[in-house]
Design a protein around this ligand. Sequence first.
Ligand code: HAM
Length: 468
Amino acid sequence: MPKQKKHEKKKFVKKVKKEKAKPRTDALASSTSGKKTYNLLRGMHDVLPREEKYWKNLYHTAENLAEHFQFNRLETPLLEEANLFIRSIGRGTDVVDKEMYVFEDRDGAKVALRPEGTASIVRAYIMHGMWNQPQPTKLWYWGPMFRHERPQAGRFRQHTQVGFETIGDADPVADAELILLAHNFYKDMGLPVEIHINSIGTLEERQKYKTSLVEYYRSKRSYLCDDCKQRLNKNPLRLLDCKQEKCQPIKEDAPQIIDWLEDESKNHFTKVLEYLDELNVPYVLRGTLVRGLDYYTRTVFEVYPQTEGEGGAQSALGGGGRYDLLVEEMGGRPTPAAGFSVGIERAVSALKQYMDANQIKPPAKKFDAFMAQLGEQAKRRSLKILNELRLSGLKIDYNFSKNSLKAQLEAANSLQVPYALILGQKEVQDGTIIIRDMESGVQEIIDQKKTENTLKKKLSRFDEEKKK
Ligand code: HAM
């Protein structure tokens, strides 16, 4: 190994050791037994069972839309060559410069935990020759992303995204279709949102715009916050993302990229907006929207909770845009593309806030019946009956750790199931089972073999009654 490299490796190992010495967790480990327990790393979070209903709902919403809009699922690994992200997202962006989890693996390869999905999708598109198939190629994904950001509300070091990418279509209708998809996603999950949209033109147009932006900001340098002074040299477009109060008036008067667009980009953007009007998808034109990743060209958009307005850039629920140069940049043929992704943690949290504020109850987990049992023999038989009912498509809850009938019926009550099935010693011997109507308390003894049919009949009558 060359001397220089060896030295670097040593440094890397040293750094890892140093960090190991003081694990950074969100809270101090504690336990009532006095034994050491473990906490989460900073910025990490568990998705608890009580959140599950929201996550499942969102996944189904995404899956349904993907099917409807003809996107195929593509799963890529969490770990990729670090350069894939460095080249696509770009040096000078926060994601690459400050937030990526990059390390050397045991073979000495520089790898990164994916901070986003688009670069990996483009890598896979090129690698698997998807450009050989009829275009566009429409792909979707769902999974964890990693960014070593300063943790705060709605900002995690591991978060989950669902993303949609249309590769091989330059038509503005593809942009509009993706924005429609984003609009439908939030609409289907029941969250009112605002879609902010802008065009950042081609590379050349943006270059000219950057020159005028830098010129303008240089003339105001002494009034800028420290971050913006740095942005001015490193990545001037990020100046438009600044949230500091003192920079807001400067931002408001800054030149707007839309004035630097040539006819082709202007026409492209106008068409996107016309399609959205046609589709009745509301949007807010936002001249300062530029996005935080380098690969975008022309259309860019972001989604915010409806109440938040333009100021809430920290809490964008989702975002995306066109990236016509990325496939070529990654070694493929020149191929136009566009896409977007949604942050699931932020979507769930915004939905919960909205439901709380409007007193909307979360969807209850729906079971068809509760199986209550008394005694060892009944427990065994219940297991068998439960499995048969599950195979027949019925959803039955149960709790084998509760042995008293009263406690089991209470559990059934709190689940708001319409029926309880009760099996005791006598029923096991007689080959019967009791069906209890939970609302009226009326009980009926039936032949065990008829459980599925009787329950299904009662449930369909119950559903009919509910509809009336
Ligand atoms: P992004 O805007 O960097 O875009 O991330 C997409 C969404 O992921 C954000 O709007 C936000 O909801 C969520 N998100 C990002 N970082 C965090 C975090 N630290 N904690 C919680 N949620 C977060 C992209 O990643 C692009 N790949 C989108 C795209 C797809 N563009 C074209 N195709």
